[in-house]
Write a protein that binds this ligand. Structure first.
Ligand code: DC
Length: 229
């Protein structure tokens, strides 16, 4: 069967990662969470004093960026991908509200995007990859054979993230999360470089009222349509 590239984009917390991960496991493809890469760079900035109040020390980040090593490994027990930054596991730390509150700013920097897009394209050279993010179908893999654009209401997405954090034992208020979701939507859609945008040839999935099982089945059906064409 031919190998294809699958690009999944959409708003924050709309379940992209869950569906992309499950699909990749089912069809034996590599899964890459591009958001985790932007989150890892943000964590690096926070840990290394590269935020000066609300400003980012861009010169220092430019210097550090080439030496940052972001990688993914499958946890042998959970079979879920885990993010590593410079050899250290950072999976839980990159999901904190502090990183969520700063990541849009880092993701808006053209030199950061340029470097991460280069790494993402290299990861997808052999196809057989599912990647999710904001600019995967428009910038990273504009020739992807299957493009999905995922949407869901801000309230549904805030509730999902709230439950996710609570399940991990992290403190969070629903109101704060809803504000964070709306702020990030605005920044993702309005930033100058690679704003979140549906590709003309993408299929839209509104999963506000779908279960995980329903969306997984829907996605597998789209995959089968493309590979058996
Ligand atoms: O999907 P996520 O919430 O983990 O993404 C984290 C942030 O990174 C989000 O604010 C948007 C940004 N991002 C991006 O600009 N481009 C991508 N391809 C993926 C994420």
């Amino acid at each position: 069967m031919k190998k294809i590239t699958i690009a999944i984009d959409g708003y924050s917390s709309c379940g992209k990662s869950t569906m992309a991960k499950d699909l990749a496991r089912q069809i034996g493809y590599i899964y890459i969470d591009s958001g985790a890469m932007y989150r890892s760079v943000t964590l690096y900035c926070l840990d290394n004093g590269l935020f000066d109040g609300q400003e980012i020390r861009t010169e220092a980040l430019k210097e550090a960026l080439p030496s940052l090593r972001i990688s993914f490994k499958l946890d042998p027990e959970t079979k879920k991908p885990v993010t590593f930054l410079n050899g250290k596991e950072v999976e839980s730390r990159i999901r904190s509200l502090e990183v969520s509150n700063h990541v849009s700013q880092v993701a808006a920097l053209p030199f950061v995007r340029e470097e991460l897009v280069r790494q993402q394209q290299a990861m997808g050279r052999e196809k057989g990859i599912v990647m999710d993010g904001r600019d995967i179908q428009t910038v990273v893999f504009p020739d992807a054979e299957l493009k999905i654009f995922v949407v869901a209401s801000a309230e549904v997405r805030a509730q999902r993230r709230y439950e996710e954090l609570k399940a991990k034992g992290q403190e969070a208020s629903y109101e704060d999360i809803l504000k964070n979701v709306k702020d990030r939507d605005y920044m993702d859609e309005h930033r100058e470089v690679s704003p979140l945008k549906k590709a003309d040839d993408a299929i839209v999935l509104d999963n506000s009222n779908m279960t995980i099982e329903e969306q997984n089945a829907w996605l597998l059906e789209q995959f089968n349509k493309v590979v058996h064409d």
